[in-house]
Ligand binder design. Structure first.
Ligand SMILES: [Zn+2]
Length: 321
């Protein structure tokens, strides 16, 4: 599953590419990947112009001038590949490090290239190979000849076309908690939300999408380490100052990760096909057996809330207050 920073990174990339393009056609071959009524598609998608690309929790939202939105969940193996005009089927420049570097800073298409492709999601050969391929389940055509391919090997992901006003009412959004980086989300609100499950261990609560949106395993481990909180500590036993500190550390880590293009955990590369570099900055995640960057004790891997969990047993003491 992509985490918040990965989807945010994809959003940032596609935001530079899609707005202003008009949808001229759509193709799909798997109803569950594109569960939309033909009539709605004809009326509210075809001919509509993309206004903005947004994100809520781990879901990507492509808003259209028809007052409808495409709601995209990549799930386990979903992938979005944007291919610029006339380039479908051609080999991409993702492997071209020079092009990547210049894109990283400016997000501009290299003007001298006659083929440009931007891939986001599960890093299979489909990011760079001929498209469509057997993992392609939805294709959007734009009026300038460019295309957006939704590829999904395991077919758990989906693209739903919904009235913009109804998007907040779908089950997924009704249940999901506030954005941890939301401008109006405060440390006090964060603490109050965690305390809704005060008798649970703090890692399980951090991972609970109904409490706070988008925090997955990597960011839970990293922020708990940074705030010196044992992941098995019950929320009610963690002092207020430490919970406030956890909020600050979580925000810092998410922002750093977005800056670095998301984590490289398993499947995700960013909107330019570039792997995120956050994991190389991680202090504890996947660093079992290595010294804690803060105190030098050996990092351990355990299991908390059913998930592989990385801690420094010296910095994160269960009994410490
Ligand atoms: Zn330590």
């Amino acid at each position: 599953m992509p985490e918040l920073p990965e989807v945010e990174t994809i959003k940032i990339g596609l935001s530079k590419l899609l707005p202003g393009k008009r949808v001229s056609g759509v193709w799909h071959d798997w109803a569950k990947s594109f569960p939309n009524a033909e009539e709605d598609v004809r009326q509210f998608l075809i001919g509509a112009k993309i206004v903005v690309v947004a994100r809520r929790a781990k879901v990507l939202l492509i808003e259209l001038d028809s007052k409808y939105s495409l709601v995209i969940h990549l799930k386990m193996t979903g992938q979005l590949v944007f291919v610029a005009k006339g380039l479908a089927g051609s080999r991409s420049k993702i492997a071209d490090n020079k092009a990547q570097k210049s894109l990283t800073t400016t997000y501009e298409l290299p003007s001298t290239k006659d083929e440009v492709r931007f891939g986001a999601g599960h890093p299979t050969d489909s990011l760079v190979g001929n498209l469509p391929d057997k993992s392609t389940h939805v294709i959007f055509d734009f009026d300038d000849g460019s295309k957006l391919f939704f590829n999904d090997q395991r077919k758990f992901g989906w693209v739903r076309l919904l009235p913009k006003a109804e998007v907040p009412n779908i089950d997924f959004f009704k249940k999901v908690g506030p954005e941890p980086l939301g401008a109006d989300f405060t440390a006090e609100q964060f603490r109050q939300r965690l305390l809704r499950r005060k008798n649970s261990n703090i890692k399980a609560v951090l991972l609970d999408q109904t409490i706070v949106a988008g925090v997955g395993n990597i960011y839970a481990d990293e922020s708990l380490w940074a705030a010196k909180i044992h992941p098995e500590a019950l929320v009610r036993d963690v002092p207020k100052t430490k919970l406030n500190n956890l909020f600050i550390e979580l925000q810092k880590i998410l922002l750093l990760s977005i800056q670095k293009g998301g984590s490289t955990d398993k499947n995700y590369v960013d909107a330019e096909g570039k792997k995120g570099s956050y994991l190389s900055f991680a202090s504890v995640f996947r660093r079992e057996g290595l010294p804690c960057p803060r105190c030098g004790h050996t990092i351990m891997k355990t299991k908390v809330a059913g998930r592989g969990t990385h801690i420094c047993p010296n910095c994160q003491r269960k009994s410490s207050k």
